[in-house]
Design a protein around this ligand. Sequence first.
Ligand code: 13P
Length: 333
Amino acid sequence: MNTAAMEATALELVAPGKGILAADESGPTIEQRFKGVGIASTGDTRRAYREMLFTTPGLWAFISGVILYDETIRQKSTDGASMIEVLGRQGLIPGIKVDRGAKAMAGFPGEKITEGLDGLRERLAEYAQLGARFTKWRAVLTPGPQRPTRTNLQANAHALARFAALSQEAGLVPVVEPEVLMDGDHSIAQHGAATETMLQLVFRELAEQGVRLEAVLLKVNMILPGTTCPEQASVTDVVQATERCLWHTVPPAVPGIVFLSGGQTDVRSTEHLDALNRLEHKPWELSFSFGRALQAPALRAWADGSVAAGQAALLHRARCNSAARFGQYTAGM
Ligand code: 13P
């Protein structure tokens, strides 16, 4: 484990004005996204789509790193280069999703536990050898009347810390992702309470398992009301609830918090990120690791038949989120 190198990578990933492109959709997820725009999901279409994203001219100015899926890290681009080489040409740091998905948790109806610890040490060694420099593991927490249960949160927090410790052992920066979903009718207060408890447990487990916080990034949801909650929230409500939750739980040794978009619209995600960055006191870099909020317009434009239009759409969203990192996003953009 080269601690100094991992700490440098973590800082590079949250460099001012830059964020992470999450392009690590699993097979079923990318199939669903493609279906939405009338594209069949095959090895070839997935490669073509992701190559379009990664070769966007000028992307390096706004994006620091890209999270890949196992299939993608092994694919070759049109000119025969590996996808890692394609990213390297733009100075983008390659990362890899290493969990094996959130599965139904036995005895806890409606709740999920993320699998993938078995054999993880060997898989991490291979990813490091292929050129990955950071990793991601996502826990999925489902708010509901009696949920998430403490047992479910604890099981997921424990697995996240196991993943983080193994990643650092392999010299890879772990992006620790507990996501409390925004689906459902829960209030913003319930979302905040569930996220706060989860983050308390996550940081306790990280400490127990000896994970070096300076070489970790936290990927987390913003605090939002459920999508079907009758009482929706203003940007100010979201910023206050999110700030409060993070202040209560995330140690300042953590260099950066990279938000997921979680199903918010692309513009809304950017507005929230922008408002968060206008806060006066922030012990961590507040950045993004968006999937849908960066890709949705690019996917539509690409599906309409043009690589250039897809790249222009991605670059536009990346530029808006880069401005939001400085609290300088305007609706006119
Ligand atoms: P979204 O921004 O679409 O939520 O995706 C981020 C991600 O990587 C979820 O694991």
